[in-house]
Design a protein around this ligand. Structure first.
Ligand code: NAG
Ligand code: NAG
Ligand code: NAG
Ligand code: NAG
Ligand code: NAG
Length: 432
């Protein structure tokens, strides 16, 4: 109880301190720039919690974008998204920041839960006054409990989220007044908020009852009705490090025709009736393992990104789940994604013209890959590449530390601003 009271004090302090900080901000702003510049390359475990000051403009604008982009970005950031405001709960660090002591937490394929939190913390759409908020972001990192085999153990996801929701709903009035429907979560692993890698188990578990009214930002999505997306959701790209992508030279010399590196089992195990990747990857290995134009590798390699940058086509076959970070890695490095995952729905469909920049091959046709890709190479490859190499594509798929006009977090904000009918604050304003 005692801890909860302290917690409440802290949550409220940020609200009543806001006006005071507003006056101070312009005086301390250059100091903040300086500190943030210094801290940029080291994990700053305090910054999320103590940074009560809305983020500076110039810091939010990366030097990657030009002057005129900067102007439009600033205008957007203040005037667009329909003046949407998001409040970020200041949860105890055991829900989020403590996990960052493991450096992998902010860098692996499920790390959009960290990246989106960071970007929102630094964004101008953030409000410190919950009464001004349209949405409430609940920052819980559930994918960073790495087991000994290196894969995230998400067995604790439900209980960790449940306890976070119990905390915010008992301490503050905002959850109860809308029953969570203006609250936003990230669920970035295999089957979204079902929290299990195996589809049948995920479906059996379903989405936790307490999250069913909320908005889920998730990487998992399929075209048919599915229990793990039966909730208001936004399909987000899997996390791929923007620094790693930008530091990979792309010189246009693509000497590999078809590339894949990753798990390909020769004899996939029958795991209660299911086979990894529905045996698609096994088929690829069997059919094309000896084909010289197929560069297929099964082990981890540090130069993985340079291989993608050297390739014309990059295979993105399903794993346990249909999606994989390969789609983003390939697109960001200019290699045409070849998607072999029936029924998949790709991220940010409204922003990224997937049908024009990728090749889709049905799982049953995976044995015909060579012919299909030869066909594409002979007919429309140049056209596909021209669309793919539009810098907007890469930009839309990457999460930056600070929201940039057109990047992944920015598109998430666009998607949220399309759901402002869920804003309790606006609903109250109309129904006074
Ligand atoms: C991390 O995962 C392990 C194995 O699933 C589990 O026993 C442990 O309780 C988890 N740790 C936390 C802090 O939830
Ligand atoms: C919200 O509702 C729950 C369950 O009904 C209750 O236990 C809790 O005290 C409520 N929270 C607030 C802040 O009133
Ligand atoms: C809140 O939503 C949950 C999930 O849909 C539901 O089980 C519960 O009955 C709702 N509570 C209220 C008070 O509407
Ligand atoms: C896989 O195992 C299940 C039992 O778990 C069995 O019913 C099924 O026939 C097996 N499938 C194949 C293709 O071996
Ligand atoms: C490219 O051509 C293939 C057939 O050769 C076709 O299936 C595909 O839709 C075309 N892609 C685009 C983007 O036009």
């Amino acid at each position: 109880m005692h801890r909860f009271t302290n917690k409440k004090m802290k949550l409220l302090r940020s609200r009543y301190g806001f006006r005071y900080f507003k006056l101070l901000i312009w005086l301390v702003i250059s100091f903040i720039f300086y500190i943030q510049f210094i801290n940029r390359h080291q994990p700053n475990t305090n910054s999320l919690r103590t940074n009560l000051i809305p983020h500076s403009h110039s810091n939010a604008v990366s030097n990657m974008i030009s002057e005129s982009d900067t102007v439009s970005f600033l205008r957007r950031n203040h005037g667009s998204f329909n003046d949407m405001k998001i409040y970020i709960y200041n949860l105890p660090s055991r829900y989020n920041l403590d996990w960052l002591t493991n450096e992998r937490c902010s860098n692996h394929l499920f790390a959009s839960e960290v990246a989106i939190h960071k970007a929102l913390m630094n964004s101008d759409i953030r409000t410190f006054d919950p009464l001004q908020a349209d949405f409430f972001f609940v920052p819980v990192y559930v994918s960073c409990n790495f087991s000994t085999n290196g894969f995230p153990a998400i067995g604790h996801a439900r209980s960790l989220l449940k306890s976070a929701v119990e905390l915010i709903s008992s301490e503050l009035p905002y959850w109860n007044r809308s029953n969570g429907s203006d609250h936003v979560f990230v669920a970035s692993h295999d089957h979204g908020a079902c929290f299990h890698a195996m589809e049948d188990k995920a479906v059996a578990n379903g989405i936790p009852e307490f999250m069913k009214n909320s908005i889920i930002l998730q990487t998992f999505a399929v075209k048919h009705r599915h229990r793990c997306q039966d909730v208001e959701h936004v399909v987000i790209p899997p996390y791929v490090s923007p620094e790693k992508v930008r530091s990979t030279p792309v010189n246009g010399n693509r000497d590999i025709f078809v590339f894949f590196r990753g798990k390909m089992e020769v004899h996939p195990k029958n795991v209660s009736g299911r086979f990894y990747s529905r045996r698609v990857r096994t088929e690829i290995l069997k059919k094309f393992g000896k084909n010289k134009r197929f560069y297929l590798k099964r082990h981890r390699f540090d130069g993985y990104y340079s291989e993608i940058a050297r390739s014309v086509f990059c295979l993105c076959p399903r794993g346990w789940a249909p999606w994989s970070p390969r789609v983003v890695e390939a697109a960001a490095l200019g290699c045409v994604p070849v998607i072999v995952a029936d029924e998949i729905r790709l991220p940010l469909e409204a922003a990224v013209p997937w049908a024009e920049i990728s090749v889709t091959v049905a799982e049953k046709d995976v044995g015909k890959l060579a012919g299909i890709l030869d066909d594409v190479a002979a007919t429309n490859l140049t056209w596909i590449q021209r669309r793919l190499w539009d810098p907007k594509v890469r930009h839309a798929l990457l999460f930056n530390n600070d929201v940039e006009d057109g990047d992944a977090t920015w598109h998430v904000l666009v998607a949220l601003s399309d759901r402002l009918d869920r804003s309790y604050r606006r609903w109250r304003a109309v129904n006074k």
